[in-house]
Structure formats: structure tokens, C-alpha cells
Ligand binder design. Structure first.
Ligand code: GTP
Ligand code: MG
Length: 169
């Protein structure tokens, strides 16, 4: 693709799923924070990945801030939806928020990358089970992919971003 192409990536998912941690792994190592705190509202970052300039919108997943997500649907060229693979109890909540988002009139038919994050935890559900719990097979109107990740080590993060970059380049 064209070098210097700018794309807006919206990063959503429930609180504590690991959104901010994953975004840190996309920064050059000296700029990465070791510790992350729960996001208040949202944060915007500019990141470089190959020929792409990503503007990343890191949204808070906390209930009181989830209404902010829709303000960025119109501008989003791609969505990253982060799931805590070990949070079985809230998988249905994640599905609900995801379905709401995809049904929103401002949401375009952009690719959605699902990170099945925290794959290192012993109780982590396998990605196939998460895909089933989220009903991903019902998503027919846009490209999607689910990639297991470990936000702490960075494992899987590049693989997911490469998939997204291919769809955006
Ligand atoms: P909000 O900003 O509140 O919506 O949360 P968030 O989705 O940005 O989560 P955040 O990145 O703040 O991570 C929440 C907690 O999960 C932190 O303590 C992280 O260190 C931890 N965490 C993130 N990714 C992983 C992972 O892959 N494995 C494990 N074990 N912990 C992780
Ligand atoms: Mg955060």
C-alpha cells in the first residue's frame, strides 16, 4: 500500500480485558510502560506499523464509560475487540456489547480483530470456545479474526496486527 497511510483503530472490550496493555506492546520498547492503570474515558496514541500510521483510540471498558465508544464508530477504519479469555462469567456481557457495537448505525463494515487475551492464565478458554461464546460465526458482513494473545509478554499481538494491517494496507 501507500506509505504513510493513516488509519483509525478503535480498541474496545470490557474493563480489565487488557486493551491498554496490548497497545503498550505496539510501542517501541523504550516507550512501553511496565504498569498500566484502568483507562479513564479514553486515550489516543499514534503508532507506526510497517507502512501504516495507526491512530489508536484506547477506550475504557468500564460500564460508565462504554457509552463513549459509539462516538468513534464513524471514523473507525478497523476495530480491535479485546476479550479476557479467563473471564467466563462476563463472556455474555462481552458478546452483548460486541453485538450492540456491530449493529450501531454509525459502524461501518470494517474489519474486526478479536484478541483472546490472557491466554497465559490456566483457566483461559481456548479461542474456538470464545468464538462460539461470542457467536462470531454470525458475523457475515465484515472480515473478522480471533487471535490468542498475552498482553504481558506480547505473544500473539504482532500476529493480530499483521492480519489487520493486511486488510487496511
Ligand atoms: P480498562 O482500561 O479498565 O478498560 O482495562 P484494559 O482493558 O485497558 O485492561 P488493562 O490493560 O489495564 O489490563 C488489566 C489487567 O490485566 C492489568 O493488571 C494487566 O497487567 C493484566 N493483563 C493484561 N493482559 C494480560 C495477559 O495477557 N495476561 C495476564 N495474566 N494479565 C494481563
Ligand atoms: Mg485501558
Amino acid at each position: 500500500g501507500m506509505s504513510g497511510k493513516k488509519v483509525n483503530v478503535l480498541v474496545v472490550g470490557l474493563d480489565n480485558s487488557g486493551k491498554t496493555t496490548i497497545i503498550e506492546r505496539l510501542k517501541p520498547r523504550p516507550k512501553q510502560s511496565a504498569e498500566v492503570a484502568p483507562t479513564v474515558g479514553f486515550a489516543v496514541d499514534d503508532l507506526q506499523k510497517g507502512p501504516l500510521n495507526f491512530t489508536v483510540f484506547d477506550m475504557s471498558g468500564a460500564g460508565r464509560y462504554r457509552t463513549l465508544w459509539e462516538q468513534y464508530y464513524q471514523e473507525a477504519d478497523a476495530v480491535i475487540f479485546v476479550v479476557d479469555s479467563a473471564d467466563k462469567l462476563r463472556m455474555v456481557v462481552a458478546r452483548d456489547e460486541m453485538e450492540h457495537m456491530l449493529a450501531h448505525p454509525n459502524m461501518r463494515k470494517v474489519p474486526v480483530l478479536f484478541f483472546a487475551n490472557k491466554k497465559d492464565l490456566p483457566v483461559a478458554m481456548p479461542p474456538v470456545e470464545i468464538a462460539q461464546a461470542l457467536g462470531l460465526d454470525y458475523i457475515k458482513d465484515r472480515p473478522w479474526q480471533i487471535v490468542p494473545s498475552n498482553g504481558l509478554s506480547g505473544e500473539g499481538v504482532d500476529k493480530g496486527i499483521d492480519w489487520l494491517a493486511e486488510r487496511l494496507g
